[in-house]
Design a protein around this ligand. Structure first.
Ligand code: UDP
Length: 239
């Protein structure tokens, strides 16, 4: 119910990898499932802003390892995130949720430009705001942008979804069977231990500004709805 919800306004980071359902491109069933989960939170009165990744299309670092100019490859990566935004917008609107896409790279035919105060007005009106094109700057990641957008729109927390891992571990659980999952960890400890599940820049921004982050797995059934309604899943990273 509205009275016991934990968050008023959140920034949800959705991993691009999940949008493709393990392949390159968009899996409409996956995106539709995400939209349904967001709809549950909106119905409970939570204000939801979303940053969408683009790992299902292109990652700049990977393209540059194969000979492309890094900055240009990063722009390709950013454009990929916008396609994910439009897919998510489509499924949200089919469920009757009003949404606005705001892009950090101007493309007036498909998205509003990123205007923070306008984004806040949309949220106040119960619209979902979907941020695309990352920061609009090469050498950044959508994790870092999530922390920045959360700070700028005054979100209560960053809800950082990951695919293939369900929280912060003492080591990479995909390669180290002894890795232990934390229920809670400080930003300071995560940084000192060099834990890479989230970018160091995102951890550092949240730490400096005392913004809590929840790292959780997107793979579990209904996990997005659970984290949006304040259920304690994944790992709470705190200042
Ligand atoms: N990117 C960028 N600047 C940004 C955000 C993203 O250059 O502010 C590029 C970068 O090349 C990145 C790609 O967009 O690899 C896709 O984003 P990301 O890897 O963060 O997506 P995710 O892993 O969350 O799916």
């Amino acid at each position: 119910s509205v009275s016991d919800k934990r968050f008023n306004r959140v920034l949800l980071k959705l991993s691009g990898e999940a949008f493709g359902g393990g392949k390159i491109g968009i899996d409409p069933d996956v995106v539709n499932g995400i939209a349904h989960q967001v709809a549950e939170a909106i119905a409970e009165g939570v204000e939801v802003a979303i940053v969408v990744g683009g790992g299902n299309f292109f990652r700049g670092a990977e393209l540059s390892q194969r000979g492309m100019d890094r900055a240009r490859a990063d722009y390709i990566g950013m454009l990929g995130t916008v396609m994910n935004c439009l897919a998510l917008q489509d499924f949200c609107e089919k469920l009757g949720i009003e949404t606005r896409v705001q892009s950090a790279i101007t493309m007036g035919q498909v998205a509003e430009p990123y205007i923070p105060r306008k984004a806040i007005r949309h949220l106040e009106k119960g619209r979902v705001v979907i941020f695309g094109a990352g920061a609009g700057m090469p050498y950044f990641s959508t994790d870092t942008v999530s922390a920045q957008r959360a700070l700028e729109i005054g979100a209560d927390a960053v809800l950082m979804s990951k695919s293939g891992v369900d929280g912060v571990y003492s080591a990479d659980p995909r390669t180290n069977p002894d890795a232990k999952k934390y229920d809670e960890i400080s930003f300071d400890d995560a940084l000192r231990m060099g834990l890479k599940v989230v970018d160091a820049a995102a951890f550092a921004l949240c730490m400096e500004n005392k913004l809590p982050m929840i790292v959780f797995g997107m793979d579990g059934e209904g996990n997005i709805a659970r984290v949006l309604r304040g259920e304690k899943i994944g790992t709470l990273v705190h200042a």
